[in-house]
Design a protein around this ligand. Structure first.
Ligand code: HEC
Ligand code: CU
Length: 486
């Protein structure tokens, strides 16, 4: 195919034009689908109530069932939830979750949609389903006051993965409060079976207080207008699919993620760290791209991504607009257990000293560093030196007042983990630290790289940390560090 376009420029343009024209006229097969007859030919047999699920779960596949009369009972609930530890938010939900209940249909299904607005709710709502062919995607037919129910019907004509959302004014605010979800329309015979299926949806949230501010945080319209969210999250809150709530799979399994983006504002650059999508149904439609690293999901759009997990590990789901992942919450985890396969991924096989060419550090003698430490520093000297080291080495992650960054870097201020065991802290700085630890009641499972510091420097920086921000004033000596090196 590539060869075809190896013409000189003018020919290339003509060739492209011909190719484009040819493809417009050659998609007769696709056109067929939009033939009214096509749908008339699908037999609709029987009736049942649709199974609805909260994320990250999806209902059972349709398999080879015939098209049916499918009754969807969706209840809207305005309810308080937790955005991140100690930060509350009043979510508006379809079915009691953000994103809302997953609806699974097959092409030709005739949906009888019951939208119920719980009597305790304060506002009218409605629903616009992108899978609907008809005025407003159902919005105008479904506007419903608290304590009422609206019913409307539609037939799903196009297979694909579609977003639904509330479309009651101010629309942006209803979406920003969590009123979105996914409806899947499977093709005739269903999608090919996989081992694991998950439901994940990204959304951006705008609160009066900044990230992590405690208490109930009201919606902030100005931030929403400026498109400056405090939170960008998967499944409605920070950590909804991380840590103990991580998605799970076993080595050798095939995984399919129904991935949506509710917005209201941001696009998602969806990526799984350490995996490659074998297949992506681009924008949730028919076209399948293969071997994809990062797929773009527009606000109000979706993608179906599929991959086989070949090795164990914790694979991190992110929006690769990466500050959103590490600082605003757009981070999830897929934990894969099973046999290692060293051919595919070896882990570290060697650890050595890297001496860049011309970098005249070959002789950087261990002894020279030690030499400096012959005269013991006084405590104020240690603290002064330690403060300078902290400012160049630790501060980037643990922050200037040792406060850390929620869910990314643990606090060193009043840290129970730190105060409990100075040798453990020394080890963390010498060798780095990874895996789950609990600091002041909050779990973190991240990676601190080993810090390339001398015994003196480690003694000083830790003494400074221990003497600051309410810590227990332990004095760390170079001898203590030396002992931990062994
Ligand atoms: C690149 C970011 C980064 C840098 C730089 C860094 N740390 Fe850390 N640190 C972390 C992370 C992440 C963890 C948590 C590791 C985990 O989850 O297992 C951590 C954990 C710790 C802990 C134990 C947990 C706690 O909060 O008490 C201590 C002590 C610590 N770091 C001290 C330091 C000191 C001292 C320095 C500077 C010499 C430093 N760190 C530099 C990222 C960093
Ligand atoms: Cu609404």
């Amino acid at each position: 195919m590539k060869q075809l376009f190896h013409f000189s420029k003018p020919y290339k343009i003509i060739a492209l034009a011909l190719f484009a024209a040819a493809s417009i006229f050659s998609c007769g097969k696709k056109e067929e689908k939009h033939d009214v007859d096509y749908y008339e030919k699908i037999k609709v047999e029987g009736q049942k109530e649709a199974e609805l699920t909260a994320p990250p779960f999806v209902p059972k596949p349709v398999g080879d069932r015939p098209a049916m009369h499918l009754v969807v009972n969706m209840e809207i609930k305005e309810q308080e939830g937790e955005m991140v530890d100690g930060t509350k938010y009043i979510y508006w939900t379809f079915g009691g979750s953000v994103p809302g209940s997953f609806i699974r249909t097959r092409v030709g299904d005739e949906i009888e949609f019951h939208l119920k607005n719980h009597p305790d709710n304060k506002l009218p709502h409605n629903i616009d389903l992108h899978a609907v062919t008809g005025q407003g995607g159902g919005a105008s037919s479904s506007i419903v006051a608290p304590g009422h129910e609206k019913v409307f019907n539609f037939k799903v004509l196009n297979p694909g993965l579609y977003v639904y959302h509330c479309a009651t004014a101010p629309v942006g605010m209803h979406i920003a409060n969590g009123m979105y979800g996914l409806i899947l329309v499977e093709p005739e015979g269903g999608l090919p079976p996989v081992d694991k299926e998950f439901y994940v949806m990204q959304g951006d949230f705008y609160t009066k207080g900044s990230y992590g501010e405690q208490g109930v945080q009201p919606f902030d319209m100005n931030k929403a207008l400026k498109e400056e969210p405090d939170y960008v999250v998967f499944n409605g809150k920070v950590g909804a699919i991380a840590g103990d709530n991580a998605l799970t799979a076993k080595v050798g399994e095939t995984v399919r993620i129904y991935m949506g983006n509710g917005g209201p504002n941001l696009l998602s650059s969806f990526h799984v760290i350490g995996e490659i999508f074998d297949k992506v149904h681009i924008e949730g439609g028919d076209a399948i791209n293969t071997n994809v690293q990062t797929t773009l999901i527009p606000a109000g759009g979706s993608a179906i991504v599929e991959f086989k997990v070949d090795v164990p590990g914790t694979f991190i789901l992110v929006d690769h607009s990466i500050f959103r992942a590490f600082n605003k919450g757009a981070l999830g985890m897929l934990k894969v257990t099973g046999e290692e396969n060293k051919k595919i991924y070896s882990g570290t096989t060697q650890e050595g000293i890297y001496l860049p060419e011309g970098g005249n550090i070959q002789n950087m003698p261990e002894g020279k560093k030690e030499a400096k430490s012959t005269v013991a520093k006084t405590l104020p000297e240690q603290i002064k030196s330690g403060k300078a080291i902290f400012g160049t080495t630790c501060f980037a992650c643990h922050q200037s007042e040792g406060q850390g960054v929620p869910n990314a870097f643990p606090p060193l201020a009043k840290s129970d983990y730190l105060n409990a065991d100075p040798n453990r802290a020394i080890q963390a700085v010498i060798r780095g630290l990874s895996g789950e630890i609990t600091v002041n009641g909050k779990k973190i499972n991240s990676v601190m790289p080993s810090q390339n510091l001398s015994d003196d420097e480690i003694a000083d920086v830790l003494t400074y940390v221990y003497s600051s921000w309410g810590n227990n004033k332990t004095v760390v000596t170079p001898a203590m560090v030396k002992a931990q090196r062994k």
